[in-house]
Design a protein around this ligand. Sequence first.
Ligand code: KG4
Ligand code: ZN
Length: 352
Amino acid sequence: MYVLGIESTCDETAAAIVRLRPQGGGEIICDEVRSQIEEHAPYGGVVPEIAARAHIDIVDGLVARAMEKSGLAFADLQGIAAAAGPGLIGGVMVGLLTGKALAFAAKKPFLAINHLEAHALTARLTDNIAFPYLLLLASGGHTQLIAVNGVGDYTRLGTTMDDAIGEAFDKVAKLLGLPYPGGPHVERQAEQGDPLRFDLPRPMMGRPQADFSLSGLKTAVRIQAEKIGPLSPRDVADLCASFQAAIVDVIVDRSRMGLRLFRASHGHPKAMVVAGGVAANQAIRRSLTRFCGEAGLPLIMPPPKLCTDNGAMIAWAGIEKLRLGLSDPMDFAARPRWPLDQKAERIHNGKA
Ligand code: KG4
Ligand code: ZN
């Protein structure tokens, strides 16, 4: 089974073809990803209108390149999948309409994919793991702990009350004068800094739910920076190290709580999976490796290229649906908001 997947919900345009292996798991035949980071960098964040236009400019060429690299014809595909949300509506519509048009022209089943579901299922593409598992999804737009029970069956165990983890990294980077996106820069600075120099808060630690709140931590960094400014390179490195140490503590504590909630309601997870751009952070990876070792839980972290936005995860989610006999109608509308767990209470910031 071969499926084409198209992604355009944020600032990456991507087209990929994935094959279902006979023994399970997926083989990525090709994965074309174009980042728009340079177009958005001057603004310190993603500008929706610029994103939508950039997707329009390149999506057809990217699909053509993916098809060419794969050596396949549209007739060889079993389905065409496109992310239908959640995300920036202009961009989502570009990829979704492209996917629908191709599916219509090629007379193939169409699959409207939830972008978060695609992140959630990536570990089954790479590692062929069984349900259920505990997922930490940590990106620039999302921070959630989720019980992944099956395709289309998710229970949100925790979410952020304000900023996403990646967003907190980006905001701290901005206030310290580091480039966008801030995560990798903060991490690099933190490697040279003293994590004990600043005593920063660990919001929500010890709380009985598995929720996050990060805007207070970001504000604490700003207050410290203003107190000691103008900042020397050493100050910046120490602030980054202290911030990252606080985030790591919070992530481990919230994951521990998520695991406890999982066990209470769903039994034992088969693994913990970490996905989203933040999973590229080595300090976070190390701490979660230790945590899962202590909890006796295999930790699956897809390679960084598959943790950030890509087309392969969309194609794979399409395969997961197709092999259950599912497909979607051509009038499936773009969904700027599309929670994985439809029953979960909406959090006021709309990010959940
Ligand atoms: O999943 P992703 O590529 O895009 C979405 O947000 O959907 O995640 C990007 C986020 C950004 O906020 C970026 O700063 C963060 O992931 N990030 C990191 C690192 N690399 C990327 N955060 C911390 N440490 C990193 N090494
Ligand atoms: Zn994403």
